[in-house]
Ligand binder design. Sequence first.
Ligand code: AMP
Length: 173
Amino acid sequence: MKKLIDYIRCIPDFPKKGINFKDITTLLKDGKAFSESVNQLAEPYLNDSINAVVGIEARGFIFAAAVAYRLGVGMIPVRKPGKLPTETICEEYELEYGTDGVEVHKDAIQPGQRILIVDDLLATGGTALATCKLVEKLGGKIRGVRFLIELDFLNGREKLGNYPVSALIHYLF
Ligand code: AMP
């Protein structure tokens, strides 16, 4: 099998000029690459008594759901505002222009539960940090913040401070 990074397709100037978009669909459509990435994402947590996996909309859902299945636990969706049907808590974060937010159902996590957060890609870290805050507001204990891809040059890891961040694929520049 090729290395996982070789299954990622880079699309220059998408969705806007200057962004080198990491397209994961080329990894997802390959059965071996997809299952290998899910196994590697889950591996450090197989014996960590994780209670639930939190996935971040939208591409994060794909990996979070598969990792939750691998660990034999539930999956909790963190969504853009206005998508979840009942009582939520929201966390806002700064974008280059304006703000965005993420939401989770108030009853999604019980205090003390051991939570693994999974997303496809760590860029500036804004989305992941907001998600960590949501989990902690509900009393969850963050055991890991795990990504398929990390854009190291954007220093998202710094923003995430002491949270236990890790990724399978790294782009250094
Ligand atoms: P951020 O909050 O800056 O860490 O970015 C969060 C989300 O934006 C990630 O979960 C990705 O889905 C998406 N994203 C940001 N930059 C890229 C990129 N270069 N290629 C693909 N997706 C990206």
